[in-house]
Design a protein around this ligand. Structure first.
Ligand SMILES: [Fe+2]
Ligand SMILES: [Fe+2]
Length: 374
């Protein structure tokens, strides 16, 4: 049984919150898209279209994207409280000067970028939900799942969280995937990790307590973990939007998906550049965690840090010429795949069975969506 959808109202600046509520107030004729793909269209479908109602599949895709953006906002908010800029645009927390300084080893503007990425996710979340509401469709609310603990480090708010940034296994295969000139995950190809030891075990990406603020190489390992996790999250969004876009029917919904997706790519491009600046070190409190100098270990074009533009590679067919592209963009099962990818990273460690059931439900509905005529 699906949880009731309600307007999201935590941590939003006042103007955005009031906009969202206004949108939701128009959502009197909300429908829940629990039907299966292939179900006969209701006889009033055309009338729904005239009245501005969304097609079931389009609404399901937007709802999954709204959920993904709520989760992104939650994790970015935690980064911003400790390592970003806390202001009226992204309120909450008071900063951890030592963690912020460790992040600045990757780029002196890291705090600004973290702030801006956080603000972007917040607007994605609020906009998509408000658009759904404006069309009389159900919105997504995950507030009841804000049950995970905050970092106890000075500077973090003590509130319930949706995501866990303290036990991550960070997949860094995107590093070599975007540097490969012969492989593409849509053909089943696999890619080596940039930081193999980060992909296994459980690693904090934010200080868990003030004890994590020293020794300095330990704190730097945490900041490096964050630096790679930023890329891992944003490459996911970079693929998710073009992947679901292929099954959107309505042109305005397509415009939304095509306009938000590339901002995820802008985030990814920035983070990919910064991750290459992560200082080479071994975590003194966990010698299994090693950040290599990728230009020498292992070195070569699949690892070189300044090769941040996507390397042209095989696309659609091996008979066609190489092309510089986002990868993967296969649309089949993409929502469930995204959910499984995030789950495997430990991002939801500690979450309830109800949380996973709810997200699986949204992902299934999104993956059942078909472009009209297909
Ligand atoms: Fe986003
Ligand atoms: Fe994002």
């Amino acid at each position: 049984m699906r949880n009731p959808f309600q307007p999201h109202s935590i941590g939003l600046p006042t103007d955005r919150r009031s906009f969202l509520k206004k949108g939701v107030a128009t959502a009197g004729a909300a429908t829940v898209s629990s039907g299966l793909f292939g179900e006969a269209l209701p006889v009033f479908a055309k009338e729904d279209e005239r009245s501005g109602k969304l097609r079931k599949g389009d609404a399901a895709i937007l709802r999954f994207l709204a959920a993904a953006e709520i989760l992104e906002t939650d994790l970015w908010q935690q980064y911003n409280e400790l390592g970003g800029i806390q202001d009226s645009e992204v309120p909450g927390g008071s900063g951890s000067p030592l963690y912020t300084a460790a992040l600045a080893q990757l780029d002196s503007d890291m705090a600004q970028y973290i702030h801006d990425n956080t603000e972007d996710e917040l607007t994605h979340e609020v906009f998509i939900n408000a658009y759904l509401a404006s069309k009389g469709a159900d919105t997504v609310d995950l507030d009841k799942f804000r049950t995970l603990p905050s970092s106890k480090a000075s500077g973090a708010q003590q509130i319930g969280r949706l995501t866990n940034l303290m036990q991550l296994s960070v997949d860094t295969t995107w590093w070599t995937r975007y540097r490969s000139g012969t492989k593409n995950p849509d053909f089943g190809d696999t890619f080596p990790q940039a930081v193999p030891t980060l992909a296994v075990g459980q690693h904090p990406a934010i200080p868990r307590t003030d004890a994590d603020l020293s020794p300095s190489d330990h704190l730097q390992a945490i900041a490096n973990t964050a630096g790679f996790h930023f890329g891992t999250i944003e490459q996911g969004g970079t693929s998710l939007y073009p992947s679901v876009a292929q099954r959107v029917s309505n042109v305005e919904v397509l415009r939304i998906v095509l306009s938000i997706g590339p901002t995820e790519a802008m985030h990814f491009q920035t983070w990919q550049d910064k991750a290459g600046n992560a200082p080479a070190l071994t975590d003194p409190t966990d010698p299994t965690l090693v950040f290599p100098n990728l230009n020498t270990t292992p070195g070569g074009e699949d690892f070189q840090t300044n090769l941040i533009m996507p390397e042209p590679t095989v696309f659609l067919s091996h008979d066609l010429p190489a092309c510089s592209i986002v990868r993967p963009t296969n649309t089949k099962g993409v929502a469930m795949g995204a959910l499984q990818f995030l789950t495997a990273s430990g991002l939801f460690l500690g979450q309830s069975k109800e949380f996973f059931a709810f997200l699986r439900d949204l992902a299934e509905d999104a993956d059942d969506a078909r472009r009209e005529g297909d």
